[in-house]
Design a binder for this molecule. Structure first.
Ligand SMILES: Cc1ncc(COP(=O)(O)O)c(C=O)c1O
Length: 396
């Protein structure tokens, strides 16, 4: 009866089941995977959402791309990063996931292919599948820093490839696409009529000073049709408001046609609620304080991790330029799944294993640097202590 857009087996994975058991038994643990800013002890001003009650929202004016004021506010927000975008090239959506789905509908028929980075955001498997699109991986490689493996990218391209997804900063590697990488990508995509879709939701959260200024930005691409994805969920820590956006760039004729077609898709769904559109300009302006607090948090935790991990030779923290995550490379005494289950049951710390994000090999642990600082310090101390003890126990 049911479609195969969803996996046949919907059973929870072993880690999720173990978390559920601990929660239902009332057993506390430190959650180093918290990436919901509204649960991470960030101090939101009590009146931050006041503009959602603006009386202008009592009037419904359906517009496929969203209200012009809100689109203008989003375009102005890109200017913080020195990017010039016309409000006419901004499409409002209900989330980044919604943005992906709209773009799959715009560019892909059933069975068409999109190239997805590996390691990266685990939701791509679901997002592509639900739109009957095939995800084909290309590799990001680590050699002290992350870079795009162009051999694997070119090998993955076929006549059915419709877009290349780029996540910059990437979740969880924290890597930004370099300017020369994006230029090379655009020169590969343009002649093949392949679009570039760059998820930039974490771009405000620099972990390495100046990193974002050296990143390639899709809205600066002129050669290939390119899209930048952003949203309130990360830029001002308000995922519950459900406001995302797509910025469109590239050769003017292609941009024009893409917008014309996107308009039909957006008109079919009219998915963005009016109150959040009316409030968008105010939220983007007043949310700056929340963004600063989140930035302080992620940087403080990242620095804390760096200080602590230096004392544990068996473990290293991979270089990250921006975002809300840190990747730890750790010894492989056992498969990652057993490792994270053991850390949860014996040390009382929840971390994610690298294989959730399709790392090419083991063992990597992913932690959220958005975690409240005290919990982060204690959780990291327990994880590192675990490896110090393990190392001692295997040493002859
Ligand atoms: C790379 C990436 N893109 C998008 C999102 C979600 O954004 P939204 O809440 O706007 O759908 C996340 C959430 O973790 C993410 O990691």
């Amino acid at each position: 009866m049911f479609s195969d857009r969803l996996p046949r087996d919907l059973a929870a994975n072993r880690l999720a089941s173990a978390v559920e058991s601990l929660r239902s038994a009332g057993r506390p643990f430190i959650d180093l995977t918290e990436s919901n800013p509204t649960r991470a002890g960030i101090a939101y001003p009590a009146t931050l959402l006041a503009s959602l009650a603006d009386a202008r929202a009592l009037r419904y004016e359906p517009t496929p791309f969203g209200l012009l004021d809100a689109r203008t506010a989003v375009a102005a927000d890109y200017r913080r990063h020195g990017l010039d975008l016309s409000p006419a090239h901004v499409v409002l959506t209900a989330s980044t996931s919604d943005s992906y789905s709209l773009l799959f509908k715009l560019l892909c028929g059933a069975g068409d292919e999109v190239l997805v980075p590996r390691p990266s955001y685990p939701l791509f498997d679901y997002l592509t599948r639900m739109d009957l699109v095939l995800p084909k991986p290309y590799a990001l490689e680590y050699h002290g820093r992350w870079s795009l493996d162009f051999d694997s990218l070119e090998r993955a391209m076929t006549s059915r490839t419709k877009m290349v997804l780029v996540v910059s900063p990437n979740n969880p590697t924290g890597s930004l696409i370099a300017r020369d990488e994006l230029a090379r990508l655009a020169s590969l995509c343009a002649p093949r009529d392949i679009a570039i879709v760059a998820d930039e939701v974490f771009v405000d959260y620099e972990l390495e000073d100046g990193a974002a200024a050296h990143a390639g930005r899709p809205l600066a691409v002129r050669e290939a049709l390119s899209f930048s994805l952003g949203g309130l969920s990360k830029s001002v820590g308000l995922p519950q408001l459900k406001l995302g956006w797509i910025g469109v760039s590239g050769p003017p004729a292609l941009v024009g046609e893409a917008l014309q077609r996107l308009e039909v898709i957006c008109d079919t769904y009219l998915s963005v609620a009016t109150p959040v559109q009316v409030a968008a300009a105010d939220l983007l302006r007043r949310g700056a304080g929340v963004r600063e607090e989140i930035l302080r948090r992620v940087r403080a935790n990242f620095a804390q991790l760096e200080r602590e991990i230096k004392n544990v030779p068996a473990c290293t923290r991979l270089t990250a330029e921006a975002g809300w995550y840190a990747v730890l490379q750790v010894p492989s005494f056992e498969p990652e799944e057993e490792l994270v289950l053991g850390l949860l049951s014996r040390e009382g710390v929840l971390v994610h294993p690298g294989y959730f994000f399709d790392f090419a090999r083991e063992s990597f642990l992913i932690v959220s640097v958005l975690t409240p600082e005290d919990a982060f310090r204690e959780g990291i101390a327990r994880v590192l202590d675990h490896f110090t003890r393990r190392e001692r126990s295997v040493r002859p």
